[in-house]
Design a protein around this ligand. Sequence first.
Ligand code: SAM
Length: 219
Amino acid sequence: MSQGFTEITEEIYSYINDKFTNEDLFLNNLQNEAASLGIPDISISPQQASFLGFILKVINAKYVLEIGTLAGYSAISMARELPSNGKLITVEIEKERVEFVRRKAKEDGLENIIEVINSDAVEFFKNYKPSFKFDLIFVDADKQGYVDYLSNSLQLLRKGGIFAADNALAFGEIAKKNLDEREPEVTAVRKFNDVFASNPNLKSSLVTIGDGLAIGVKL
Ligand SMILES: C[S@@+](CC[C@H](N)C(=O)[O-])C[C@H]1O[C@@H](n2cnc3c(N)ncnc32)[C@H](O)[C@@H]1O
């Protein structure tokens, strides 16, 4: 039995992107337009988008919640996998990003599926009382909030639903001994990974795509 692993070289990374991702011209243009407006290039990778899309199909998802919208790359990628009566609610603190994503969702014909909420995630969780449970919740915002977002999300997630969080490898620094200026964020992700991995209400895993996707199913 193998105890090893295959290092993902640039070549292998490109190979996987070529064969197993589906970033189209619209998403490619979205990234360029976002960059031209000064929105940082910190979205999930095409491989992560593809993997989340796969999960959405496996669980036959209808309701998705996302914390951290940015320019809508992940929201649009996921919303495309939902049925026409599905709903993807995405929460973003920065107003101009919210307006950008509302426009892009409309351009991609997803305005009936994607709802962008302009709010701090903490406030959102305090006030949001849906009449349904989510099939998947994806957290990709401030790392210091992850532990709280996990516990709040579990209240809103159906049994058998999926919780996922980006940056579980903390920008590659998760196992580093001497931390640099990102120390507060890395420490927050370490704390989150500990809480996440030991939560008895979840069967969890860390998938090493992008900057690491923590993923778990609610038991
Ligand atoms: C890494 S980006 C999200 C990327 C996006 N999920 C994607 O892959 O396309 C993180 C986003 O979370 C937002 N954010 C940070 N802290 C937040 C908070 N407390 N509440 C809501 N949004 C927050 C930031 O403004 C930023 O746009």
